[in-house]
Ligand binder design. Structure first.
Ligand SMILES: Nc1nc2c(ncn2[C@@H]2O[C@H](COP(=O)(O)OP(=O)(O)O)[C@@H](O)[C@H]2O)c(=O)[nH]1
Ligand SMILES: [Mg+2]
Ligand SMILES: [Zn+2]
Length: 371
């Protein structure tokens, strides 16, 4: 059975609208040859997912693509190869194409469990509410993960209508800019529409994921960008999202001006997940300074000739910034060490099993003395 290639590249298809391109088409070619149908995962829940294909949204079972590694579990944004119609009921996802980018976090900073929130994203919009006091450390953490994912971050300061004083607002923007070198910081209000056109232009191409803690205004923003109420918005008092009936039918939307938007569920926070490069990018000015320290392994604590300490002394680098950097580096090392320990434990288990099987095989060879 073969899948007509012409229908894979036909223009103005649902696939194209969902971000399909020639790169995905060539990665999919072997599956097309098996007659499988390509589609983008728009929602995942317990063993099943919804896949947007050229024949509409297909509900598919994920039993074949549920590896032990939680980082490889199917997630919103993945490109999937699904059974063609009539082959099995339910239809199964047979494979996922290798991801170009993925936003990973650890489910908590204490456990070494990674989780992918969105796959194949080009822009990461970190949504930070101006209704509550700015938490610069949390912004740095989201930024590190965003850079690490391979996506280009943008910071949206949401609910800007709650800061009516323009001078006050510009100070807040400046504060955030100092922790986000190379990143656009955009005040925005979904209520008044301020900043919405600028963001709409940024997200008009490629795939964008909305990130941020619960209550930041992500779903309200998704609705504003899509131009319809596609996501549930939390009642003002229900900041934890408890006791609320979700009618969400998808987490990935095609935007009216082109581009694809992924909304993520409310998080309390994000733990780092193997994000050393990302941390380096968030604190690029510190890493640059560190290049001028006398010792290449300077810890910037009390070494002589420390360029970082000199910058703090001189007032060009805030102490908070260095402390945050060192905290995230430590947290990252901890999580990587724990993951390694888990991976090592799993390998050991495998070796023991292989050893056992090897011994049994040898005993069988030697004359069937193995039980
Ligand atoms: N004043 C104001 N409130 C907003 C704005 N955007 C969202 N909200 C409110 O913030 C709360 C949380 O919004 P929601 O979109 O559910 O946040 P999410 O958890 O990040 O998806 C809701 O009560 C929204 O009505 C805004 O631009 N201005
Ligand atoms: Mg939401
Ligand atoms: Zn130093």
């Amino acid at each position: 059975m073969s899948f007509p290639l012409s229908s894979l590249s036909s223009s103005s298809s649902s696939l194209d609208a969902h971000g399909w391109d020639s790169g995905w088409a060539s990665a999919f070619a072997p599956y097309a040859a098996q007659g499988l149908v390509p589609g983008r995962v728009i929602r995942v829940d317990r063993g099943q997912c919804d896949v947007a294909t050229d024949e509409g949204v297909i509900r598919a079972d994920t039993a074949f693509v549920t590896p032990h590694d939680p980082l490889r579990v199917v997630c919103t944004g993945d490109w999937a190869a699904v059974d063609p119609e009539g082959v099995s009921d339910p239809r199964y996802v047979r494979a996922c194409l290798p991801r170009r980018t993925a936003f990973a976090r650890s489910t908590s900073s204490k456990r070494s469990e990674g989780q992918i929130l969105a796959a194949n994203v080009d822009h990461a919009v970190i949504t930070v509410s101006l209704a509550v006091e700015l938490d610069l450390g949390r912004i740095e953490r989201f930024l590190a993960l965003a850079w690490e994912s391979g996506a280009q971050p943008t910071i949206v300061l949401s609910k800007a209508d709650l800061v009516p004083d323009p001078v006050g607002l510009s100070y807040l923007v400046e504060d955030v800019e100092t922790v986000a070198p190379g990143v656009q910081v955009l005040p925005l209000s979904s209520t008044t529409g301020e900043g919405l056109d600028v963001l709409a232009a940024t997200v008009a191409g490629g795939t964008t994921v909305l990130l941020g803690v619960s209550g930041a205004g992500k779903s309200t923003l998704a609705n504003a960008l899509v131009g319809e109420n596609v996501m549930d918005v939390q009642a003002a008092r229900d900041v934890d999202g408890k006791g609320r009936h979700t009618t969400t039918t998808r987490n990935l939307f095609v935007l009216p001006g082109g581009g694809v938007l992924i909304d993520t569920p409310g998080l309390r926070g994000v733990g780092l997940w193997d994000a050393e490069t990302g941390v380096g990018q968030v604190f690029s000015e510190i890493e640059e300074l560190a290049g001028n320290c006398r010792f290449h392994d300077c810890s910037h604590e009390s070494e002589p000739g420390c360029a970082v300490a000199a910058a703090i002394e001189e007032g060009s680098l805030p102490v908070r910034r260095l402390e945050s950097y060192q905290k995230l580096i430590r947290e990252n090392r901890r999580i990587v060490a724990k993951t390694d320990a888990r991976v090592r434990a799993e390998m050991l288990k495998d070796w023991k099993r292989m050893g056992r099987e090897g011994r049994t095989a040898m005993e069988i060879k030697r004359g069937g003395r193995g039980r």
